[in-house]
Structure formats: structure tokens, C-alpha cells
Ligand binder design. Structure first.
Ligand code: SF4
Length: 360
């Protein structure tokens, strides 16, 4: 792993035009920038020495002028359902988690965008870490390349980039780190990079309303709203963000979201026993969503010791789903991946905390 030089250029965070300008500054032709970009974002290179079609002199120059930010695998945990949770260490010793969820038709990675989180959702383990810092575009993208390498090796695949889908639902609130997220999405979607299609990327937010407008205008990937309550009273209690932007503000932003060309909004609703899972709650939720081209993912809460919330039982979840469907709101009970290894929704950070190695 290259040790980053603090004031050098974070080269894997640069979109191709900026990289081209940087390379021009070194006296090199534009096609060198494309070669370099492909090494970084198609092959997921972790050192300049790997870039064998660049001259030795240029590689040495890059080592002196730029840093290649990667993340280092620190821990891996495997679930009985095939989910693998990776804990990565950043160059400054921070710990982040990414969750690989294979299924017969796709290989999905849940990506983190921040170290910890500032949003303070009462039911979430990540919230207990607070926000330590934003991840850079290179650190966001590095999780994807690191897991590609793992999947290639574990599953003995020839394919360079086996991951097919990304969900930004790991540690952090992606829209709180929007500038870096936007750059990372550009790198991941680039023709000269990973080539993810917009249809295969979903970003989840708790509802930073002004940022949803920017997200709609400046990206083309899918949006998920982590709603988790059917009225303001409950949402105020479990999600502090609701004190700033009410459910009505959020619904206005969703109504204005450009849902065309297959782009759509998913609502994530974590079912917690006695908190948000009554018949009345289902009715309120149906009222909010009726007629909108959206779907609801129902997730039975993954209990986190000490946070004081309990999971909804299977029969209650099934009734909740039925009530939504009767109101013609499409609703699905989502399989709870990686629950046994604390890799499921709202559980990231448990392992870090349990092992007492929380980053400073
Ligand atoms: S649920 Fe998401 S936004 Fe809320 S505290 Fe956890 S990581 Fe942050």
C-alpha cells in the first residue's frame, strides 16, 4: 500500500478532465491521463508500479507528486447467507465497513460514505460513533475495487470487475457528503472507469431535502428514502433530521424528483415493534404514498443491544405489507442479509465497537 503524502494530489479522486490537466502539468500527453485513469478506475490498481505501460520515469514522477489512496482490509466476517462484511482501514487509521451481498442474478455492494454518521437516528448502531469525517471520492471508490479483488479471488473469477450493483446505504448519510459522493459516482459510472449503469446504483438518504433537489439535478442514479415512520411525531422521536425537515417537506421533494427513464424512488421502512408497525401506521403510510410511482421495502429491525428497539414479528410484518398492498402501494419484505454478523441495515459499527478498536 502506498503511504500517502499529505499535500500531494489525491489522484484517484480526480475526474478524467482534472486528471488530464494534472498529467499535462507533468509535461505528458492527454492519452497518458486516460491510461492512468483506466489503471485507477477499471483495473483498481493499488500502486503506481503496477502501471507497466507508463514509463518508469512517469511512474516515479507520479510517486513524488501524487498519492494513490486505497483502503486496507482489516477484518472479514462471513454470514451463513453468503453475505460478507469487510472492515477496511483508511490511510489515517479510521475504520469503515462495506457489505457484499451476492444473489443468483447480481453481486451487490453496500458502500460507506462517511466514518460514522452525524444524523443520530436512535435505532442505528452507526449513529453511536458520531461523525468522524467524510470519506474522499477515492476512499468511496476504493471500497468497490477492494471488494472486486476479494470476489475475484474468492469466487475464482476471470472478470475484472464482478460487482454489478451498488447501494449507498453503509456508514454515513451520503447526501451529507454530497460533493464527494457526486465525484465518486462519476468515477464509478465512467466509460473509462468501472462502467456501472445508473440503473444499478441506489443512494439512500434520511431526507436532507435541499440536497435531494441537487441530487436529482446533478446525478442520474436511483434514490431511496429511509422513512421509518408514518407521522412526524414518531419520526421526530427516532430520526432527529425530521425536526429540520418534516415528512411533508420530504414528500414534496419526492414529488418533484424526476422519475423518468426507469429512475424511481424506493422508501425504506424499518419495522420496529410498537414504534411504527401498527395497522394505523400502515394506513398513514399508504396515505402518504398513494398514487406515487414508488415502492416500499419493509425491513424487520435488526436489534442492536443497548438501543432499546425491538424487531417486528413476521406475522405483524406480513399484515403491514398486506395493508399497504390493499391500498395499492407496492410493498416488499426485504430479506435481512447478514444479520448474524451485524452486517444488516443499521448494524454497521457494532463489531468496531465490540472489539474496542473504534477509530480515534
Ligand atoms: S440510519 Fe443512516 S443516516 Fe441514520 S444514523 Fe444510521 S447511518 Fe446515519
Amino acid at each position: 500500500m502506498v503511504t500517502p503524502v499529505a499535500d500531494s494530489v489525491d489522484i484517484a479522486s480526480l475526474p478524467l478532465p482534472e486528471l488530464t490537466a494534472f498529467v499535462a502539468g507533468l509535461g505528458e500527453k492527454p492519452f497518458r491521463a486516460k491510461q492512468l485513469f483506466k489503471w485507477l478506475h477499471q483495473r483498481g490498481a493499488t500502486s503506481f508500479d503496477e502501471m507497466t505501460d507508463l514509463s518508469k520515469a512517469l511512474r516515479e514522477r507520479l510517486k513524488a507528486e501524487a498519492r494513490l489512496v486505497t483502503v486496507e482490509k482489516d477484518l472479514e466476517q462471513r454470514s451463513v447467507d453468503g453475505t460478507i462484511k469487510y472492515r477496511f482501514k483508511t490511510h489515517d487509521g479510521k475504520l469503515i465497513e462495506s457489505v457484499y451481498m451476492p444473489s443468483p442474478d447480481r453481486k451487490t455492494l453496500c458502500v460507506s460514505t462517511q466514518v460514522g454518521c452525524a444524523m443520530g437516528c436512535k435505532f442505528c448502531a452507526t449513529a453511536t460513533l458520531g461523525l468522524q469525517r467524510h470519506l474522499t471520492p477515492s476512499e468511496i471508490v476504493a471500497q468497490v475495487h477492494a471488494v472486486n479483488r476479494e470476489v475475484r479471488a474468492n469466487e475464482k473469477l476471470e472478470k475484472l470487475r464482478p460487482l454489478t450493483n451498488l447501494v449507498f446505504m453503509g456508514m454515513g448519510e451520503p447526501l451529507h457528503n454530497f460533493e464527494n459522493l457526486k465525484v465518486a459516482l462519476g468515477l464509478l459510472q465512467s466509460e473509462d472507469g468501472h462502467q456501472f449503469s445508473a440503473r444499478h446504483i441506489t443512494v439512500s438518504t434520511v431526507g436532507l431535502v435541499p440536497m435531494i433537489e441537487r441530487f436529482a439535478a446533478e446525478t442520474d442514479v436511483k434514490l431511496a428514502i429511509s422513512l421509518n415512520a408514518s407521522n412526524d411525531e414518531t419520526r421526530d422521536r427516532i430520526m432527529p433530521v425530521n425536526k429540520r425537515w418534516k415528512i411533508a417537506d420530504l414528500m414534496n421533494a419526492v414529488r418533484n424528483f424526476p422519475m423518468k427513464y426507469g429512475r424511481r424512488v424506493t422508501f425504506e421502512y424499518v419495522l420496529m415493534s410498537g414504534v411504527n408497525d401498527s395497522d394505523e401506521n400502515a394506513g398513514e403510510l399508504a396515505e402518504l404514498l398513494r398514487g406515487l410511482p414508488v415502492k416500499v421495502n419493509l425491513i424487520q429491525y435488526n436489534e442492536n443491544p443497548g438501543l432499546g428497539f425491538n424487531s417486528t414479528q413476521d406475522n405483524r410484518a406480513a399484515t403491514f405489507q398486506k395493508l399497504l398492498e390493499q391500498a395499492e402501494v407496492p410493498a416488499f419484505i426485504r430479506a435481512n442479509r447478514g444479520r448474524d454478523i451485524a452486517a444488516a441495515c443499521g448494524q454497521l459499527a457494532n463489531v468496531v465497537k465490540q472489539e474496542g478498536v473504534t477509530a480515534p
